[in-house]
Design a protein around this ligand. Structure first.
Ligand code: BTN
Length: 263
């Protein structure tokens, strides 16, 4: 029987050797871990403030959608204060997605890939997602939702994609405290690399894990539909599409963009 306790006592010792001083607040139930971190940020909390909850009663996904958060999932948010120029801050979403995908590949053996901007897919099904929002001066709230030990009959019905969980894919429960610690370790390595001048390796990793590079896609950007082939991934988190007329169009991972593979 695997140990799976998502308490501060279970999590903190696993974070001891990490570079960021993670400060963990673990709850049974909250409205949204994102809101909890935002409140802490507004009262001056430092980088590394992290909120994790067993369930959320008002979890949200990108573009304001409802994010189902039953027990067994990994629902967390954390605060960064990278003080990056705005055009590079959006690239943090890439760093998060790469870290989440890499962690579940290495720890759980699933073939995770990233559907731009920051959905994590396994075998065509959505395993989790991440979102990044700004708070105050130079702060970012990163929210991650991962259907870890969520049984199949409690997975949400998504309108666009089927949802999956690690439990469904592998038949095994995972120790979420351990998975969280590995994810944070994977994240911080890439976060420091992203902030250094040379982050080519990170960008290559993103391209390798990307489900969209080379694919024909339809992007809806603020109500406008753009069709093209994904030609490049850029270090601000944007993608470059080659359109039918041969021109190029860059699309940034802003809050109101959606992307579907296929035209
Ligand atoms: C998406 O794929 O749309 C992003 C989903 C992000 C969900 C997480 S769960 C923890 C945190 N709290 C929230 O309310 N949302 C994020």
């Amino acid at each position: 029987m695997i140990r799976d306790t998502l308490t501060e006592d279970a999590i903190l010792p696993l974070l001891r050797d990490l570079r960021i001083r993670w400060q963990v607040h673990a709850y049974g139930s909250v409205a949204s871990t994102n809101d909890a971190v935002r409140r802490l940020a507004e009262s001056g909390a430092p980088e590394g403030t992290l909120v994790v909850a067993e369930t959320q009663t008002a979890g949200r996904g990108r573009r304001g959608s409802t994010w189902a958060s039953p027990p067994g999932g990994l629902w967390l948010s954390f605060l960064l204060r990278p003080h990056l120029p705005p055009e590079r801050a959006s690239g943090i979403s890439v760093v998060v997605a790469v870290a989440v995908a890499r962690t579940v590949i290495e720890e759980c053996g699933v073939s995770a890939r990233i559907k731009w901007p920051n959905d994590v897919f396994v075998e065509g099904k959505k395993l989790g997602g991440a979102m990044v929002a700004s708070v105050g001066e130079g702060g970012l709230v990163v929210g991650v939702g991962l259907n870890a030990n969520v049984p199949e009959d409690q997975l949400p019905e998504l309108s666009w994609y089927e949802a999956t969980s690690l439990l469904r894919e592998t038949g095994q429960r995972v120790d979420r405290a351990m998975l969280l610690a590995r994810m944070l370790a994977a994240f911080e390595t890439r976060y420091f690399s992203y902030r250094s001048p040379d982050h080519a390796e990170l960008m290559n990793e993103w391209r390798e894990l990307s489900l969209v590079i080379g694919e024909s896609v339809t992007a809806v950007v603020g109500g406008e539909t753009v069709r093209g082939t994904v030609f490049g991934l850029e270090d601000d988190g944007g993608i470059v599409l080659r359109l039918a007329d041969g021109s190029h169009r860059k699309v940034l991972p802003t809050g109101d963009v959606t992307l579907s593979v296929g035209v």
